[in-house]
Write a protein that binds this ligand. Structure first.
Ligand SMILES: NC(=O)C1=CN([C@@H]2O[C@H](COP(=O)(O)OP(=O)(O)OC[C@H]3O[C@@H](n4cnc5c(N)ncnc54)[C@H](O)[C@@H]3O)[C@@H](O)[C@H]2O)[C@H](O)CC1
Ligand SMILES: [K+]
Length: 246
């Protein structure tokens, strides 16, 4: 069965492989922009906005826990944490490895710390009382069953009552085929970035949203998406549902 997604305004999207998504990223980073810092900022700001939308009127009393890996996914989560901390929301964060962060992700961490984000150890009981967990442990670069600290954070998230919002794909889920070779985050919501990937299945993503990264339409066309037009209309965040087709 060919999986397709549809927006609330009736725009249909055919999901793409991770290889095509990487090519879109490559063209943006090497040729047109936005660069990685800009895309990550867009990802994180959209994640913060979705979080506020989900919290609605409860946001001033809410607490957030960000679980972040060392790559691009982690950076988006830390960025979202900063946008929320900037609004006075208490934000805790837990990293898989503070010493192995990629350059852009380390920059996002520096900003979150400046905004008052508090680092916690895995299993921290106070942080475990968070209302929302932002899952940014692993994105589309999952390799095999999660191990080490990444596995520990995924299992911690699943053991907590907080609503979980996964960035791009629930950590531990393969963005190409939707499989889960080991532990994966049981997401209530997933905010996928730029365009849906073939591995997003409603059973694992929960409510699915798409966030705009600001990539020019010509880049999608060059990466093979024929007749691309923006699905976002007047918004940066749009809900997606699945339309199964034979
Ligand atoms: N255009 C876009 O869609 C953009 C997406 N962005 C985000 O970046 C990630 C992809 O980032 P990348 O740096 O390639 O890797 P990840 O963050 O997905 O993960 C790397 C991280 O995970 C560890 N890891 C992988 N497999 C395992 C495992 N089995 N066990 C333990 N740990 C594992 C690995 O060691 C690294 O530490 C994408 O999903 C988006 O969220 C960008 O913001 C730019 C544009
Ligand atoms: K994730």
């Amino acid at each position: 069965m060919l999986r397709r997604f549809i927006t609330d305004t009736g725009y249909e999207l055919e999901p793409i492989s991770v290889a095509v998504m990487r090519e879109i990223d490559r063209l943006a980073v090497e040729e047109t922009g936005p660069n990685l810092f800009q895309m990550m900022e867009n990802a994180g700001r959209n994640l913060a906005e979705l979080t506020l939308k989900i919290l609605s009127g409860e946001w001033p009393q809410s607490r957030i826990l960000v679980l972040a890996g060392t790559g691009g996914n982690g950076g988006g989560g830390l960025c979202a944490g900063r946008h929320l901390a900037n609004r006075g929301i208490p934000v805790s964060y837990c990293l898989t490895d503070a010493h192995a962060l990629s350059g852009v992700t380390a920059w996002q961490l520096k900003l979150l710390v400046a905004a008052g984000g508090q680092e916690v150890a895995p299993g921290d009981p106070e942080a475990g009382k968070a209302d929302i967990i932002l899952d940014a442990v692993i994105g589309y670069s999952l390799k095999g069953a999660p191990s080490g600290r990444a596995k520990e954070l995924i299992e911690w998230a699943n053991a907590l009552p907080a609503r979980k919002i996964s960035l791009d794909i629930p950590s531990g889920v393969d963005a190409d085929n939707g499989g889960s070779p080991g532990a994966y985050v049981r997401a209530d919501y997933t905010l996928t970035l730029a365009w849906p990937k073939t591995g997003l299945t409603p059973e694992k993503t929960g409510n699915l949203w798409l966030g705009d990264l600001g990539i020019p339409p010509s880049v999608y066309g060059r990466a093979g998406l024929a007749n691309y037009t923006s699905p976002f209309n007047h918004r940066y965040l749009i809900p997606l549902t699945e339309t199964p087709q034979v």
